[in-house]
Design a protein around this ligand. Structure first.
Ligand SMILES: [Ca+2]
Ligand SMILES: [Ca+2]
Ligand SMILES: [Ca+2]
Ligand SMILES: [Ca+2]
Length: 479
């Protein structure tokens, strides 16, 4: 009995200790559980952050690589084999260019417009497009998706006056918009400025090529399943932006730095001089001068082809060629002879020649917009130019493809050269991540290449197509 309370107390104490222990154990387990959860949470978030940091590094690598690729392009343009040509493809890489851990691609434009399933790589010739600041109403109107009202709105937007042209739009129209703004009444500075022009919807500007890579991407061929809305016909319909430029100017100087010879007003001595300078034979020179018998300087028609004897004298402006092509058609020169002097002739009195389309690089769609041409003649030009590879910067071959009237009409609007190129550079950093895309427009009008525009295009999304995606995956899997 004497022991009992003690035993009861003991038992009680034991049971208290046990339940305390159990509570402590539960608390410890909860704390442990909490700590483990925290550890897992932090481990997970730090691995996510690590991955995010890795992606950020990849994106930085891609951006740096794009800057590097832009320098590479600039250097290539500074060292072209012939002025007016793009860099020689044999020495100019446009695909999977390795810069640090990143790789770069130059997204090009296919010369054959049907070729829209794979990305074309290379520089894009800005002179292959129609100039938004100089193209006439009729020329603009011939572009796909264009209407009378859209073409007229472009003319009104860029012309200095505020008089509404037929179907056009000036301040009255823009003033009624919400928010209202003024008509520019000055030249376009970028083609994207078209978004402000009355009637230019996203659809007209981009149509199905939402990412501007000239390729039919999956989302561009699935109707409304994902933007853009397309017709799922397996063919890429491109918006007007694909065919337009505000660049593509050409220098009006000869390669020796002197002004080009204006064959709209040239005198016999100057014409003789330029032909002699460029290595055309004496007999040929005399024959050409005889052809243009109306023109005559002090030594007109005869004499030594050499330096003009005194001050050029006179400058009888009876050589009224409307274009360099027309001069060639009348001159009787062979294509090879004409090619020697072609780049030294002009009909422009401006410091820079604006708005000429490069007939050696333009697509059929752009060529068909030019005066004197239509779709059939544009196709004939494209077919013929593939067959002439020797005089890559010449327009002489055009004479053999077109009838005289068409050639005379189109002459003032074409050139054989380009001094303005865009480099649409896309890059990925380490592990194929960090996709980035920037478009640069370069020109060599002043000799050394200059960047005229830098445009961030990453927001348009992946533009390198499925083939490059596979290529990158293979590179990652390679040991
Ligand atoms: Ca105006
Ligand atoms: Ca596309
Ligand atoms: Ca779609
Ligand atoms: Ca389509």
């Amino acid at each position: 009995m004497g022991v009992e309370p003690c035993d009861g107390k003991l038992r009680h104490r034991t049971s208290v200790t046990t339940s305390q222990r159990a509570s402590v154990l539960i608390i410890v387990m909860w704390v442990a559980f909490g700590l483990v959860s925290l550890a897992i949470y932090f481990a997970n978030s730090s691995s996510l952050e690590l991955r995010a940091a890795d992606n950020r590094v990849a994106a930085l690598e891609a951006e740096q690589a794009i800057a590097g690729a832009a320098r590479y392009v600039s250097n290539a343009l500074a060292n072209v084999t012939e002025p007016g040509l793009p860099p020689d493809p044999a020495f100019f890489r446009t695909e999977a260019l390795l810069i640090g851990n990143a790789r770069c691609w130059l997204i090009g434009q296919p010369l054959e417009e049907e070729d829209d399933l794979r990305v074309t790589f290379g520089l894009v010739d800005e002179s292959a497009k129609l100039n938004l600041n100089t193209a006439t109403l009729a020329m603009l109107n011939k572009l796909p998706r264009m209407t009378d009202a859209l073409a007229a709105a472009i003319i009104d937007w860029r012309d200095a006056d505020s008089e509404i042209s037929e179907n056009g739009a000036e301040d009255e129209v823009y003033g009624r918009l919400n928010p209202a703004y003024r008509c520019k009444n000055a030249p376009f500075e970028t083609i994207e400025e078209l978004r402000l022009v009355n009637g230019f919807t996203y659809d007209v500007l981009y149509d199905e090529d939402a990412n501007m890579n000239a390729v039919l991407d999956d989302n561009e061929n699935n109707e409304a399943a994902s933007a853009p809305n397309d017709n799922q016909d397996g063919v890429l319909n491109r918006g007007v932006l694909a065919y337009l430029t505000v660049h593509g100017q050409l220098s009006n100087l000869r390669t020796n730095g002197e002004p080009k010879v204006n064959i709209a007003t040239v005198d016999a001595n100057t014409l003789r001089q330029v032909m002699s300078d460029m290595g055309i034979g004496n007999d040929t020179i005399l024959r050409v001068l005889a052809t243009f018998s109306g023109i005559g300087g002090p030594n007109g028609g005869g004499g030594q082809p050499g330096r003009p004897s005194g001050g050029g004298g006179g400058g009888n402006p009876s050589l009224t060629n409307n274009s360099v092509l027309q001069f060639y058609m009348r001159s009787g020169l062979t294509a090879e002879e004409f090619a020697l002097i072609e780049n030294d002739l002009t009909v422009s009195t401006n410091a820079v020649i604006e708005g000429l389309v490069n007939v050696n690089t333009a697509t059929a769609t752009v060529l068909a917009c030019l005066p004197g041409l239509d779709a059939a003649k544009a196709d004939a030009l494209i077919a013929a130019r593939a067959g002439q590879a020797t005089l890559q910067t010449s327009i002489a071959w055009v004479k053999d493809v077109l009838d005289e009237q068409s050639a005379t009409q189109v002459g003032p609007f074409i050139t054989g050269r380009s001094q303005s190129f865009s480099a649409d550079i896309a890059a990925v950093g380490r592990h194929g991540r960090g996709y980035s895309r920037v478009k640069f427009i370069f020109d060599t009008i002043e000799g050394t290449p200059k960047i005229r525009l830098r445009q961030e295009l990453t927001h348009l999304g992946w533009a390198l197509g499925w083939a490059v995606r596979e290529q990158i995956a293979e590179m990652q899997n390679a040991p």
